[in-house]
Design a protein around this ligand. Sequence first.
Ligand code: NAD
Length: 493
Amino acid sequence: MTTLINHFINGESVAPSENDYLESTNPATLDVLYEFARGSEKDVERAVDAADDAFRNPAWAGLTQTQRGHLLRKLGDVIGENADELARLESLDNGKLLREMKGQLKGVPEYLYYYGGLADKIQGSQIPANSLDIINFTQREPLGVVGAITPWNSPLTLTISKLAPALAAGNTLVIKPSEYTSRTIVRLAELAYEAGFPAGVVNVVTGLGGEAGAALVSNHKLAKISFTGSTATGSSIAAQTASRFIGSTLELGGKSPNIVFEDANVANAAVGVIAGIFAAAGQTCIAGSRVFAHRSVYDELVERVTERASTIIIGDPLEDETELGPLAFKSQLEKVESYVGIGVDEGATLRYGGKRPDVGLPGYFFEPTVLTETNNDMRVCQEEIFGPVAAIMPFDTEEEVLRLANDTEYGLAAGVWTSNLQRAMRMSQKLDAGTIWLNTYRAMSPMSPRQGFKNSGVGIEHGLESINEYTRLKSVWINTNEDPVADPFILRS
Ligand code: NAD
């Protein structure tokens, strides 16, 4: 019998109100892994009500900031103890390498330690207010119930990026994970409860985006939505939250440039290009999918990247030697495949890959793919493919590559490979992206803020600044002067 994964609401496992379940499939083997609850509006309402009660309940609201910090650090320890199991469950669900998921799971507790340490350092300031009689100070308060909606590509890392600052600031949560990766997020809520978070503080409702997700976004008790996913879904969420005057943090898509100058160490740059587009089978928001190489090193870079692409070991993501697992689900495979066709129809040359390889497993495998003779106006250079497809283009001058790199609706990240420090600094100032990597790619830390510019998002995740996304600022005025108040019709400062 298949395992059933229920919602986790108010400290307990809760079956879906309609008793309806959906299947989750291993994208490498196509085996059914488990069935998970298909959340309805009623289920979402139950979870939000539980989170709303928990927000005011002294069991949570009465904790000191330091006690909240302890709980976060405890959860970090508990996740660390369960890291191997969680990494394996994520790899089975989304097909990313077990090695990669183990690496991510090592990092997940770090977010909880970092924000656990911050919980008792969330503070306001004292404002002079031009008066000796007035004390004016600010304080940061939690918002209330935060709705967190996350994608499938790095389920726990992306969920913890929201959960850790939200809880450090004293909010409660209802999480709607991707329908492709529900399991570890339900487990996360169970572990949070086991670690000592009171019932109702962390709730999970599983299900489809258009059902459970949409019901969460439209629930009027929510104080905020924190969303990571596609720009199309983010845009519709932004419209709804704006109409209700509640905040949203939106981490969206990308089409990031990875730029190799003539003075770069080309061997290192080639590794950075490969990491940028073939790691995680290109299913990362920060994928360096547009590669710009100076004309003088273009042939060498294409050669190095294609050569390495031809030796990439494709196969079962659970195996240690595998370097490229399957895409996460069927429509993702079809989408990636169709983009290769679109590129070739637009005039690109298929330099390597472009097919479904035979790896002895029935899953959604796709070869690492290199397109050359592309130009930045092509759809393969403007639209997010979210797969292992690199478009490599030559350029002649710094001004030209800067213009091309910024000529996109997205602004998530950019890589630059050069040995010229002045050039590196110029590029970091002029590139229109929230994260710039110089002579590296894919580096990330809970300490370092990240945000998408343009259509890649609104608001900040990670770092000190992320706390502000989960708090509201209140200004408090105290009059210390006991003299009679003079003219009631004059605004006082
Ligand atoms: P998606 O937008 O299809 O789904 C994301 C989440 O939103 C899922 O949980 C889904 O069920 C839910 N959802 C879908 N429709 C909804 C609706 N109408 N109302 C409420 N919720 C809804 O995205 P995806 O395919 O799961 O993820 C891939 C996308 O995520 C890519 O565009 C990628 O670039 C982006 N992403 C961004 C970041 C970042 O930090 N900027 C990180 C990872 C992924």
